[in-house]
Design a protein around this ligand. Structure first.
Ligand code: B1M
Length: 592
């Protein structure tokens, strides 16, 4: 790539303030080290190398992680090294892991008090000192600092966190306070550095179809901290960008109220960037949207070029847009695709933008389609599934038990209590989750209350049950540690009367084969959240074929980047968009 680097942080700030600079800036906050090294033709060992990469790639800034990261497999080049606390399992200090994702370091008051909390003094700021001295003219530093909500739930572990919102909210509040304060103290330290020009606060609040938790918690515990961040940024004249994956429309106004100037990464599978610009583009600059689920990872450089063209054509005019990936430039983005994204930004991004429509939208912008889950509600005289919906969502086990007793006493068959009462209630609750009426914690709580109710009447309800029965083995595939979605799927399956053996996360193909051979399940269910790991599903199917077991089991796949078309291509029997649909599809597979 021969291009004269011409860094100019004013360009970044003009775009951030919704203006038209000379050209559309690049806006990513993280590029994997391996790609940077390949770009430079050498390993990155010093801050000078980071600067060199950003300069030569065409960025107007150098992003650097700061503060508490709680990043289980953290970006190795992160600059916020913890001095003397927890280190990674292999003893590598450079991984700077405070709390392993599965360590669940704080789940009780006792642990909260016992834990050696870091202070801002424990973080290293020397990289910013170096940037103060070394940055070339026109460039600034962007500390990536936020992760308040994310750190809280990673410290507790997802399940414990979701539980605690209902059962121990004071502990959740204390964690928000502790971590919010720590990140804020770190921000104040950064005010001493002349190189800083903006802050990117990264805090993933959502998945593909909605927020992870009810916005009232974010409003109570997270946004007040970002208000304080916003004040500091305003006083310093710094730009302020919020990063959250997923569909966050519900909290967009809160983000604006905190003083954020920009929103990254407008994930294409979750939000339509053209619509987002129409609604909020007069108050927020948009950064991102180059699709990590498909184009950047699976497409060709020409596909990437087309997608950048399309984004600049549709979102660039009028200003307030920066080209970036829809999360970060991960190690599984092909090198040539990364370069194509940078180059196309320079090629098409010059203002004024007047690009003709080349019809790229149809080929580059692939959003997954969701099948609406149609739940048939059959009512029986004296039995209304809605009653179970209410008590499950209220987490009211005594009332659920009373309800079952009342229905049995009124002469409803136990199998109908289960299939037309509770199982239907869980399906209705799944529909509420799909429509965004309830969030993950409520769904988990309802599933647990149902399971406890069934457990209470185990012999009575499950004897000669007409509820579909079947056995499922499920796991998240090798290389992938995402499990919140998998766990929800399992709860829905169990809520529909299926027995599930959870193999956990990062499951090797040999483990799937072994489970199919030994446990003879009716269905094998696989989850993947990364484009790089969904190909593992095919590896598992091939391994089953080689072991002569492919026809012994039905296979269903799903997860955020997985599509029906992909499922068909790898030879799976079914695909489901979400947990309620997974339950529906498994039942269909069982009836075949
Ligand atoms: Co990660 N992450 N993450 N992450 N993360 C995603 C998945 C991502 C989509 C964000 C984005 O692009 N903006 C992106 C993947 C992009 C891609 O490759 N296509 C991503 C990335 C890049 C990464 C890292 C690589 C980041 C990095 O290090 N640079 C890294 C990878 C780690 C690894 O796995 N090796 C990483 C790490 C993490 C955390 C550890 C911080 C955390 C996971 C913690 C955990 O699971 N215990 C995390 C999270 C939380 C997310 C987001 C924000 C939320 C995922 C989630 O839990 N959703 C996610 C953004 C997003 O999804 N938009 C993102 C809630 C859950 C209910 O939804 O899991 O989609 P979901 O499950 C749904 C459906 O997909 C479906 O039903 C569920 C419920 O209805 N479903 C199935 C799931 N499995 C199914 C199976 C079925 C059927 C349906 O049949 C069998």
């Amino acid at each position: 790539m021969t291009r004269e680097p011409n860094p100019d942080f004013d360009r970044y700030m003009i775009a951030l303030h919704r203006g038209e600079p000379d050209r559309v800036p690049l806006g990513d906050w993280h590029v994997d080290t391996s790609l940077k090294a390949r770009f430079l033709g050498r390993n990155l060992e010093r801050i000078e190398d980071e600067i060199d990469f950003c300069y030569r790639a065409g960025f107007d800034y150098v992003p650097q992680f700061a503060g508490l990261l709680t990043w289980p497999h953290g970006p190795a080049q992160s600059a916020s090294v913890l001095r003397d606390r927890k280190v990674s399992a292999d003893g590598d200090q450079s991984e700077r892991v405070w709390a392993g994702e599965r360590d669940n370091v704080v789940t009780s008051w006792e642990q909260f008090k016992k834990y050696t909390w870091p202070t801002a003094d424990d973080f290293k700021f020397s990289q910013f000192k170096a940037l103060d001295r070394l940055l070339p003219k026109g460039m600034k530093a962007i500390p990536v600092l936020g992760r308040i909500f994310t750190s809280v739930w990673l410290y507790m572990g997802a399940d414990n966190f979701f539980d605690a919102l209902g059962s121990n909210e004071e502990l959740v509040a204390a964690l928000f306070d502790k971590i919010g304060n720590l990140q804020y103290e770190t921000l104040l330290r950064l005010t001493e550095h002349s190189s800083v020009g903006a802050i990117v606060s990264n805090d993933d609040c959502a998945h593909n179809t909605g927020l992870l938790i009810h916005p009232k918690y974010l409003r109570k515990y997270m946004f007040p901290w970002y208000q304080k961040f916003g004040e500091v940024c305003r006083q310093k004249g710094w730009g302020f960008v919020f990063h959250s994956d997923g569909e966050i429309s519900e909290i967009m106004d809160d983000i604006i109220a905190c003083g954020f100037d920009g929103f990254h990464p407008v994930q294409p599978n979750a939000m339509d960037i053209v619509e987002t610009k129409k609604k909020w583009g007069d108050r927020l600059c948009l950064l991102g949207n180059i699709n990590l689920d498909s184009t950047l990872t699976l497409g060709t450089p020409e596909d990437v070029r087309s997608e950048v063209y399309e984004r600049i054509r549709t979102v660039g005019p009028g200003g307030g847009y920066m080209v970036a990936s829809s999360n970060s430039v991960t190690n599984y983005v092909p090198f040539e695709n990364m370069k194509a994204m940078f180059n196309a930004t320079f090629e098409f991004g010059k203002y004024p933008i007047q690009l003709p429509d080349r019809g790229y939208a149809d080929t580059t912008f692939k959003t997954r389609s969701r099948t609406e889950f149609q739940q048939k509600v059959e009512s029986l005289p004296g039995l209304n599934a809605a009653d179970y919906v209410r008590v499950f969502l209220d987490d009211n086990l005594p009332e659920a038990i009373e309800l079952v007793e009342r229905h049995i006493a009124a002469g409803v068959k136990p199998s109908d209590v289960l299939s037309k009462g509770m199982v239907q209630a869980m399906a209705i609750i799944g529909g509420k989750f799909q429509s965004g009426e309830i969030y993950i914690p409520e769904m988990i709580m309802a599933a647990r209350t149902m399971s406890s109710t069934v457990g209470h009447f185990k012999d009575l309800l499950t004897a000669k049950s007409e509820v579909v029965s079947g056995r499922v083995v499920m796991g998240t595939v090798k290389g992938d540690l995402h499990d919140i979605g998998k766990n929800l799927v399992i709860m829905m399956l169990e809520g529909q009367g299926l027995t599930v053996h959870d193999l956990g996360i990062g499951v090797h193909e040999s483990r799937f084969v072994e489970a199919v051979r030994d446990e003879k399940p009716d269905v094998l269910a696989m989850s993947a959240l990364l484009t790089s790991t969904m190909t593992e599903m095919k590896v598992v199917i091939d391994a089953l074929t080689n072991a002569g077991l492919r026809d012994a089991v039905k296979i269903i796949v799903g997860g955020a980047p997985v599509t029906a078309e992909f499922a068909a291509r790898i030879g799976a029997d079914a695909y489901a968009f979400d947990a309620p649909e997974a339950a529906q599809k498994c039942k269909e597979l069982l009836s075949k």
